[in-house]
Design a protein around this ligand. Structure first.
Ligand code: COA
Length: 377
């Protein structure tokens, strides 16, 4: 193969057809299951979003009821998974490592026989795994899941042990709907690659967790919150931005590989966060965040003219999740709790019309070496 064929990072290469989501990076538009992201995020429950991805249409009331029950009845995890999570918490392993190990342990006994049943199960157990780990980390007993609560509400309930108010549930649900799918990102590609070998959906989701963990993918919202708090304390957003950029640092929550305008998910999450902080009567923090966004975007335009650095999804993720009470150590696992809907939908789509994903590499090593025995090296 000639060097001309090499495409590092597969940029610009299309390897799958999908009905799940579509990104227009120039226009700043994201379509999920045919709906503009804002339309879906504002109106759907998480269960409806997953049904939409699995079936390419919204469920009727009866179908939704049935789907909700099918998800809710798989929320419990066994002793093996709890033991793994307790150990991970005691050793203060990162939450994403706990999720990866817990997901593998919680799904003992699943296989490739019924991919959709496996997909539902893996979605159902993710919040239980994360909440169980967090309860152990905080020195509390885990809280058993409640089948009568919807996905987002049950997650918050298991984290705190208290039934959450509707504003917090809507905040989390809007977030889960907003980030459920996003084209062929690295973790979604991983999931499709795993099932393309006719492996199973649980293996695909577990491998995708490992991919999402990296700071170039899902690992950024925690540092965004640190930055927002630092700006708040600093008191002078313009001064703060100037100092950071002059020191050659990046502003967290800005810039994107695909979007050249404001990430459409930032708009959805900003509205949701604004609503939440308004209702909570705590507008100060949110107003300072909005003011900071304006200052930062202007400063970035001056700092990197022509590069079009704008607000990305992580900026308002941090504001929203912090507002509804999700600890910052769990931000990336929250991303996984949502995106597992997309991963599993992509895995099912891949299985429907499978072709083994098997690209090529350009060999740059030697040929025809002759062997030297170990005592002669
Ligand atoms: N703050 C300051 N400068 C930034 C920046 C930011 N947030 N994002 C990009 N830049 C600058 C880079 O320093 C680079 O400048 P250079 O050409 O002088 O080296 C230029 O813009 C291009 O950046 P590049 O790293 O090539 O962009 P990318 O498309 O590979 O990176 C991100 C995309 C998201 C990784 C990048 O914008 C970033 O690091 N953002 C901050 C972290 C973040 O918010 N991550 C969450 C992503 S959803």
């Amino acid at each position: 193969m000639s060097d001309g064929d090499l495409n590092r990072g597969l940029e610009g290469i299309r390897v799958a057809e999908t009905r799940l989501s579509d990104i227009d990076g120039e226009a700043g538009e994201l379509t999920i299951g045919g709906y503009p992201v804002g339309e879906l995020a504002r109106n759907a429950t998480y269960e409806e979003s997953v049904f939409l991805l699995y079936n390419d249409r919204l469920p009727s009331a009866d179908e939704l009821d049935e789907f909700r029950t099918a998800l809710a009845e798989h929320r419990e995890i066994g002793d093996e998974a709890r033991a793994v999570l307790r150990r991970a918490a005691e050793e203060e392993k990162p939450a994403m490592d706990a999720l990866r190990m817990g997901a593998a342990a919680a799904n003992l006994g699943t296989g490739a026989e019924d991919p959709e049943a496996d997909a539902r199960r893996v979605i159902a157990v993710f919040p239980t795994i994360v909440a169980t780990y967090w309860r152990y980390r905080e020195g509390d007993d885990p809280v058993e899941p409640r089948a009568d609560l919807r996905h987002a509400a049950n997650y918050l309930y298991m984290l705190t042990g208290e039934e959450p108010d509707e504003a917090a549930v809507r905040g989390v649900e809007t977030y889960l709907n907003t980030v459920i799918d996003h084209g062929l990102n690295a973790s979604t590609f991983t999931a499709r690659t795993v099932v393309s070998t006719e492996s199973d959906v649980v293996s695909a989701a577990t491998a995708a967790v490992g991919t999402l963990k990296g700071p170039l993918h899902g690992g950024a919202p925690g540092p965004v919150l640190d930055m927002l708090n630092a700006v708040h304390e600093h008191g002078d957003p313009e001064g703060y931005v100037r100092e950071k950029l002059e020191a050659g640092e990046r502003l967290m929550g800005f810039g994107h590989r695909v979007y050249r305008v404001r990430d459409p998910r930032a708009a959805v999450l900003s509205d949701a966060a604004s609503e939440f902080y308004d209702e909570a009567g705590d507008t100060d923090f949110f107003e300072s965040i909005e003011a900071f966004e304006e200052v930062a975007v202007d400063a970035l335009a001056e700092h990197k003219p022509g590069r079009d650095l704008d607000t990305n999804v992580e900026f308002y993720t941090a504001a929203l999740l912090d507002g509804v009470g999700v600890p910052k150590e769990l931000f990336t696992t929250c991303f996984a709790i949502s995106r597992v809907g997309g991963w599993t939908a992509h895995a099912l789509e891949q299985l429907d019309d499978n072709r083994l994903i098997r690209p090529l590499s350009s060999y740059v090593g030697d040929h025809d070496r002759s062997w030297t025995p170990v005592d002669e090296r």
